[in-house]
Ligand binder design. Structure first.
Ligand code: MTE
Length: 323
């Protein structure tokens, strides 16, 4: 069966346009797609009918900022950021914020299993209350060449690892997004995608100081479009590694295969560290555009976080570290 593998960002180099032009074109494309592909268009009436219980952790925000993680650029405007997302469970355009309202975030159970002392299941609110949260300003570089800067709130991944008590034989953490076709139109219409969305980290990466599990943004619980109620932020890697709406952490000795690697291994791999000198097979990664501005900047090795992470990759030079 032929597999259609071209995604929104997979434009030939010569078609890549500045953000403002892209936004205009996207508005047109989205309108056209709405006529042609009804199944991907959010059922707004349905989205509005789905109501969540109020977030019982809302009083934890805004969390105290950890000043260690400073930015070299302004925080991206919340409105721009909240309306320019990749969340394929809700469609292939960037305008998924209203479709994502169909995501029901309570009750939400997190499963921890695999090579751990004692597998467990716990509700998101128990998890968030167990571990103190803090705010961190992080950059985010998408493989599509756009970037943003965001005040995430959450807790270090290392704290979840502590809670999970993995066996010494565990080498990786595999993470999984929810699978529920009734609340994710993309899981119905993109039927050739290997749902659910999966991503993984090595144990060294998961316990690196920078790896952050996100429960909030902009001083409040995280918006659905950003992957409520729990997502990953690994800012030295391309954005597709930062899996959204996580329901499962499995500790394993096998390197996990993410959804994009499963779909197109020639272009997307396990490590996916940012490196401006290693182009994507079909476009350069040297420059990025800050969403919501016309500003373009040179992309930095490890997205500028080399001091924290470069040591982890010593001895792995033969691996494909940059896809
Ligand atoms: N997680 C899930 N479950 N589904 C997705 O489609 N997209 C990834 C990542 N995590 C994605 C996901 C990609 S390609 C990027 S760039 C970031 O989420 C986008 O995060 P943002 O929408 O908060 O900017």
């Amino acid at each position: 069966m032929p597999v259609i593998r071209r995604r929104g960002w997979e434009l030939p180099e010569h078609l890549a346009t500045p953000e403002h032009l892209f936004l205009d074109r996207r508005a047109f494309v989205t309108a056209a797609a709405g006529i042609a592909a009804g199944s991907l268009v959010p059922d707004l009436a349905l989205a509005q009918r789905v109501t969540d219980a109020p977030d019982p952790t809302a009083n934890l925000y805004p969390a105290k900022r950890n000043e260690k993680f400073a930015l070299d650029r302004p925080v991206t405007d919340e409105k721009i950021n909240g309306n320019y997302n990749n969340f394929y469970e809700y469609g292939t355009s960037k305008n998924i914020a209203s479709a994502a309202q169909a995501l029901k975030t309570r009750p939400w159970t997190i499963k921890i299993d695999g090579m751990v002392e004692k597998p467990m299941e716990l509700g998101i609110d128990d998890l968030v209350r167990k571990i103190p949260i803090e705010e961190r300003l992080y950059r985010h570089r998408c493989v599509e060449r756009w970037s943003m800067a965001i005040p995430w709130s959450g807790f270090p991944f290392a704290k979840l690892v502590e809670l999970a008590k993995p066996l010494s034989s565990a080498k990786y953490v595999r993470m999984e997004t929810f699978l529920d076709k009734s609340m994710a139109p993309g899981q119905r219409s993109l039927s050739y995608y290997p749902w659910p969305y999966v991503e993984g980290l090595s144990m060294a990466e998961a316990t690196n100081e920078l790896a952050f599990l996100v429960t909030g943004a902009y001083g409040k619980p995280i918006a659905k479009a950003h992957g409520a109620p729990l997502r990953l932020a690994v800012p030295w890697k391309y954005g597709f590694k930062s899996i959204k709406s996580i329901v499962k952490f499995s500790f394993t000795d096998k390197q996990p295969k993410g959804l994009w690697e499963e779909l197109q291994a020639s272009e997307y791999g396990f490590w996916a560290n940012v490196n401006p000198q290693v182009p994507h097979p079909r476009w350069s990664q040297a420059i990025e555009e800050l969403i919501g501005t016309n500003e373009r900047r040179p992309t930095l090795l490890f997205n500028g976080y080399g001091d924290y992470v470069a040591d982890m990759y010593k001895g792995l030079e033969k691996e494909r570290l940059w896809a």
